[in-house]
Write a protein that binds this ligand. Structure first.
Ligand code: FEO
Ligand code: CA
Ligand code: CA
Ligand code: CA
Length: 577
């Protein structure tokens, strides 16, 4: 997360000058619409049940051999490497700077990944989408913030242009050949979406006088729509072009960004902080205003039986909120109602200017409510949460899990995972029960939960995100956890319910973007910001992935092996599939 490299706590950057101080194409099989299995989508698939049969996963594995394999937890580690539990291996699919075509290169600080195969009968060939959340200028443009007292006086447009190219997202065709995923270079689909790509603002009224925005940035996590497009979420947008803030009398002022891109490009902050949809086929993109503007970590979609869509999305900043959009029309991310969670009372509160007198009093119309949704949410009594990060829907229970990563200002250093149970299991319900699913801390062996993923069998995978500048320090509460890691909580078998560390990240890195391939055998995973704490580019704190350039490179890896196969197998035996 880029703020670490500026040595700024996220909570410091996101505090406005106000009195308050941040899929998958889910295919639920059976279980009366409450939820069952999740499978990735297929471009050419018809209907929602086109995932691979579980028996096809089971048929080609040696049952007795897998059953006898223990899932051995890794010990916490400080080593500058990607370490894996016995029974897992990885290969690198894409590294920062890799050519994806003669025109384009893979961007920096990759986060969310998702993969959509072209053909349901061939899970080994399709399009990978990857978010590029941020840049470290020291590596990307050669600019060293620490070399200057007033860095803004030393920036050049060329540096900013390089940085703008390296955020956004990548669409890359990949194929699995002999067990290894490879890039199909120069495939017609391969392209970059960057901070300079024009895209529509999907709303009936202009945003700051315009109907088109330039570029997407701060692309953290995301999802997939039921109509097979990618969703990418703009999180720490204020770090790039700053933010408009309002005093008590309603007068706006500009809070400068950390990157200071606005020195060269006068783009309005109001054009960033949205949920963005990208068409995999041609790269066209649009920003969905109806889902509100804030530090969107993720957007997890659920399709109701009548084809209306529910989208859960969290605002990752201290004391910010959890939101839910419910469309009023099938397949729409424009027509519908945005709600914010009153977790204390289990109520979804409608952010609807027409129906809420408090909002009518403060804002001139619904467009303004959506642009300044954080203020609107607080007026209605939304619950302050400890930095909502990723959200996933449990495919077996239908429960919604929300990572609350930490809130250091409130003394919550290790975070927790919140469980939301919608009333009667209806995703468009207006009330819910909330409870803690699991707390971070030494008892459970992890801290700062961030990304979540359920595999096809309902095992839960969790990544941690302790900040680079607080990990492995004697004076830090994070010392016992060592490097950021990937954990799995098996659903079945002798390890059911245990938190098992299965991967340890290179120095300063976090794992992000876990996503399972359609056959469930590969876990795609981003390794973001290795070597983030580097001060001297000639002496980087990490050299992973250890290529000839001798510098750290954010990369996407493919993890495979018996542990993943065993977890699938246990589920199949238990579910008697
Ligand atoms: Fe980009 Fe909140 O993580
Ligand atoms: Ca995150
Ligand atoms: Ca996720
Ligand atoms: Ca995080």
């Amino acid at each position: 997360m880029f703020l670490d490299f500026f040595n700024i706590e996220k909570s410091q950057l996101n505090v406005p000058n106000m009195k308050y101080s941040r899929r998958k194409f889910v295919t639920f099989l059976g279980k009366a619409g409450i939820g069952a299995a999740i499978f990735p989508p297929f471009f050419s698939g018809c209907g929602n049940n086109s995932g691979p049969s579980r028996n096809s996963v089971l048929s080609d594995i040696d049952l007795s051999r897998l059953k006898s394999i223990p899932i051995k937890a890794l010990s916490p580690a400080v080593k500058d490497d990607l370490l894996l539990s016995e029974g897992l291996s990885y290969h690198t699919v894409l590294k920062w700077g890799d050519s994806i075509s003669d025109e384009d290169q893979f961007g920096f600080n990759n986060d969310f990944t998702c993969f959509i195969p072209f053909d349901p009968n061939n899970p080994k060939d399709g399009l990978l989408w990857v978010n590029h959340e941020s840049v470290n200028p020291l590596f990307v443009s050669g600019f060293d913030y620490r070399a200057h007292d007033r860095p803004q006086d030393h920036r050049t447009k060329e540096q900013v242009d390089q940085e703008m190219y390296n955020v956004g997202g990548s669409i890359v065709r990949i194929k699995e050949v002999d067990g290894k995923w490879q890039v199909v270079k120069n495939d017609a689909h391969n392209r970059r979406i960057t901070a300079k790509t024009p895209m529509a603002l999907n709303w009936d009224h202009p945003i700051n006088g315009q109907t088109t925005a330039i570029g997407t940035l701060a692309n953290c996590s995301g999802g997939i729509t039921p109509w097979n497009t990618f969703i990418t979420c703009e999180e720490n947008y204020d770090g790039f072009f700053g933010e408009t803030e309002y005093d008590a009398a309603g007068n706006p002022t500009h809070r400068p960004s950390a990157y200071r891109w606005e020195q060269f490009y006068d783009y309005p902050p109001e054009h960033y902080g949205w949920v963005v949809e990208v068409n995999p086929k041609d790269g066209s993109a649009q920003k969905h205003i109806a889902l509100g503007r804030f530090a969107h970590e993720c957007c997890t979609l659920y399709e109701l039986k009548d084809k209306r869509v529910v989208a859960y999305t969290g605002d990752d900043a201290n004391d910010e909120h959890l939101y839910k959009f419910v469309s009023s029309k099938p397949g729409s991310l424009k027509e519908g109602t945005l709600y914010v969670a009153d977790v204390d009372n289990g109520k979804w509160l409608a952010l609807d200017w027409e129906k809420q007198p408090l909002l009518k009093e403060k804002f001139k119309d619904q467009t303004e409510v959506l642009i300044r949704v954080r203020e609107a949410a607080k007026l209605l009594g939304a619950t302050a949460l400890n930095r909502p990060e990723d959200i996933e829907i449990d495919p077996i229970s239908g429960n919604i899990l929300v990572s609350l990563t930490n809130n250091k200002a409130k003394g919550d250093f290790h975070g927790s995972i919140l469980k939301i149970e919608e009333l009667d299991g209806a995703f468009d319900a207006l009330s819910f029960n909330a409870s803690t699913y699991m707390a971070g801390g030494e008892d459970n062996g992890f801290s700062c939960p961030d990304n979540l993923a359920f595999d096809h069998s309902g095992n839960l995978w969790i990544t941690s995100d302790m900040s680079g500048r607080s990990m492995n320090r004697e004076d830090s509460p994070y010392l016992p956890f060592k490097n950021n890691s990937l954990f799995v909580i098996p659903r079945y078998g002798e390890d059911a319910g245990k938190v098992i560390r299965v991967a340890s990240a290179p120095r300063d890195a976090e794992f992000t973007g876990p996503w399972f391939s359609p056959d469930g055998k590969t876990l795609f995973l981003s390794v973001q910001h290795p070597g983030e704490q580097t001060r001297d580019i000639n002496e980087p704190t990490s050299k992973w992935p250890f290529d000839a350039d001798n510098i750290p490179k954010p990369s996407v890896v493919a993890i495979q092996g018996d542990v993943i196969e065993k977890l699938n197998l246990l589920a199949q035996i238990e579910q008697k599939i």
